[in-house]
Design a protein around this ligand. Sequence first.
Ligand code: MG
Length: 327
Amino acid sequence: MIETGARGDRASAPARAAAALAAEPIPPPLPSRVTIREVGPRDGLQAEAPLPIEARVRLLDALSGCGLGKIEAVSFVSPRAVPAMAGVAEVWAAASRAPGVAYSALVPNRRGAEAAAEAGGFASLQAFLAASDGYNRRNLGKTVEESVADVAEVLEVGRDAGIPVEVSISSAFGDPVEGEVPPSRVVGLASRLTDLGAAGVSLGDTTGLATPTRVWEMAVAFADRLPGLALNLHFHDTRGTAMANALAALEVGVTELDASVGGLGGSPFAPGAGGNLATEDLVAMLEDMGVATGVDLGRLLSAARLAEELVGHPVPGRLLRAGPRTS
Ligand code: MG
């Protein structure tokens, strides 16, 4: 048995930990406020059968009225590659944009970035690539190095147009093809991207391989090497760890998380990767813990109900089934 100091103290390790927690103020230190970037209109809907333009506008407008700080609104990818995102310019032109919301557009390359800049109204562009060749080849048909060249072109377009560019790095916590992806490799890639001009980085747990310990290790690696970088984390609930990972991220100082209304979406190219963290589930937990999100939960639940109605099948979000606290 481990010597605990006080003679005769035979309490188990869990009992001692519980006693220590009870003696300290609860909750543990968390940020007082976090930004949630809603990705349902893009990441969510791209995994669904294509919806009419009018339906996509309705969802976007519903989310714009919820108090969310950021919304990934649309994607300027090839409609042949992602049919659900066809008609992006029409969706964006018809949407009622709320003044307090920073909208972003996902762009795969120079052509997409130029189309987004031409459409106008975006607070930032979102370029993307994977941390590992295995997933990058599957998702984009290229090596990571080839994708870095595409991202560099997007950064150039953003610079010329005066629009900040953030970069999403997928498979950051593990690759379904290759397996391990060391945090040092992810940080090294992020460092190159910021040297090229990226304004921020989002790390995607594409197939839900992250656990709280891995989140802590990653956040520490970033804080050591890129302390000034705006870091966003994007979790998938493929293996049931997304909410635990979100809390773990806040415990080590991350203040921006992605989530998707109703839990819509995931990557269409990663088998079993469905299940973005549901925005309303995350908001309900954080607000109850005293972490402000700025989101009106009632309106967000209405938007989640609308999302479910529009896609025509039950969505994975839990709060929609169980309901929020009423007291
Ligand atoms: Mg996702």
